[in-house]
Design a protein around this ligand. Structure first.
Ligand code: GLC
Length: 414
């Protein structure tokens, strides 16, 4: 969805910017204010009051865990239940719910103008809900069986209903599905035939996203299965599928999910490229833009066991001339020709990507690196005024602010 630039200065509210050390209680108070202001009576937290007034599935899944961490289990469960209430009979989960006001954009998504499906989009987003369900359970929150069951069904659909790339990664059908919609990883399919080192053109990218919706192939029931014009086996998307499947398998004992997680872990391991020190996407971008060194490309770390690979990623994350940053991970490695300071998905730090990398470091037992990333991201969130994304070097805010998912800082030890 279009992101607007915000000229809002860094926050001076509790938990807001300042030069002193970040105070844990103030961060939690500041995060709570952001989430409270964005809570909607329909049972979800909007990412931003005007730029993003609706429900986005991966945003809301992060919000749910933050609500739990802030002592509001009721909101946590309500938000996850709302996310998963969008599930289709076939088992796939739409990524946006237009749950407030009019059922806008039904036509854009090819939905009927009225009825229960009019309010939902027709593509998916990374299934962060699977991690959120397990995380709430770990925190002692009672998640209703129906919510757990829907999360399991949605992840099972991704594993068995969605097409796989030749190397076994889960395909996406559109850049929006990745949640990282202007990442350089999609460039070869956004500007096909371009020989430019950096072909990015913001207006063209927005048009191209519209075009790419038209070529999505669907089941008779409307499930998005494949897009011949965007058949990317995405490392980042697959890694979140792995996380969701592994987490839900651990919680429920579901064997299909356990087997699926194992399969995805194997496929991801094969996409590690030691020369580039990143995981490489599969499909039509495998030899071109799918090799770009981006923060989300490092999410392969989530299912990674090999100490040498983990060491290499930790070194990358610490390198401030590459992808490391004072206030979080740069969205794109500064050495890439496509790196653009301050540009949507082309350079800034995204808090939800940092949170996932932080989880991965913890899983890999790299507690020092996890702590360092957490401290940087918490400071970035606060100094940027809880921005949608921010500059990794000076925390200058980008996009909408305040944005709800910046509050994942609370989970990272704040
Ligand atoms: C932007 C982001 C997407 C997010 C949405 C709402 O479109 O690219 O990942 O879900 O905003 O925050």
């Amino acid at each position: 969805m279009p992101a607007q630039q915000s000229d809002r200065p860094a926050s001076d509210e509790p938990g807001g910017a300042g030069d002193g050390p970040v105070d844990r209680a103030a961060v939690r108070a500041g995060a709570l204010r952001v989430l409270e202001a964005h809570w909607r009576p329909e049972g979800f937290t909007c990412p931003h009051a005007t730029t993003y007034p609706w429900l986005w599935s991966w945003d809301s899944s992060f919000h749910a865990v933050v609500w739990a961490a802030l002592g509001r289990a009721d909101r946590a469960v309500a938000e996850l239940a709302t996310v998963l209430s969008g599930i289709e009979d076939e088992g796939w989960l739409p990524h946006i719910g237009y749950l407030t006001g009019e059922a806008v954009h039904a036509g854009f998504w090819g939905r009927p103008a009225e009825g229960s499906r009019a309010r939902w989009s027709t593509i998916v987003q990374p299934p962060v809900h699977g991690w959120a369900v397990a995380e709430l359970a770990r925190r002692g929150v009672d998640v209703p069986d129906e919510v757990v069951g829907r999360s399991v069904a949605a992840v099972r659909w991704l594993l068995s209903g969605r097409r796989r790339s030749a190397a076994g990664l889960v395909e996406v059908v559109h850049p929006w599905e990745t949640g990282c919609d202007h990442s350089p990883r999609w460039d070869a399919l956004m500007a096909p035939g371009s020989a430019a080192a950096d072909p990015y053109d913001e207006a063209r990218w927005f048009d191209r996203k519209g075009e790419l919706l038209a070529t999505v192939e669907r089941s008779a029931g409307g499930a998005p299965l494949h897009n011949p014009a965007f058949a990317v086996g995405s490392v980042a998307f697959t890694a979140v599928c792995w996380l969701a499947a592994a987490e839900l398998a651990g919680l429920t004992g579901d064997e299909a999910l356990a087997g699926g997680a194992e399969e995805l872990a194997g496929a991801l391991a094969d996409r590690w490229e030691p020369q580039l020190r990143t995981w490489v996407d599969d499909g039509p971008t495998a030899t071109t833009s799918g090799r770009a060194r981006t923060a989300e490309g490092l999410l392969g770390l989530l299912g990674e066991q090999r100490p040498g690979v983990v060491d290499a990623v930790v070194a990358e994350l610490e390198d401030r001339s590459g992808i490391g940053g004072r206030y979080g991970v740069a969205g794109v490695d500064r050495r890439e020709p496509t790196f653009r300071r301050g540009s949507y998905w082309r350079g800034p730090t995204w808090p939800q990507v940092d949170l996932l990398l932080w989880l991965a470091l913890g899983r890999a037992g790299r507690d020092d690196a996890a702590r360092a990333l957490a401290a940087a991201t918490v400071e970035g969130a606060v100094r940027s005024g809880w921005a949608e994304y921010w500059d990794p070097d000076d925390a200058a805010p980008g996009g909408a602010a305040p944005q709800s998912w910046a509050t994942v800082a609370v989970l990272m030890g704040a």
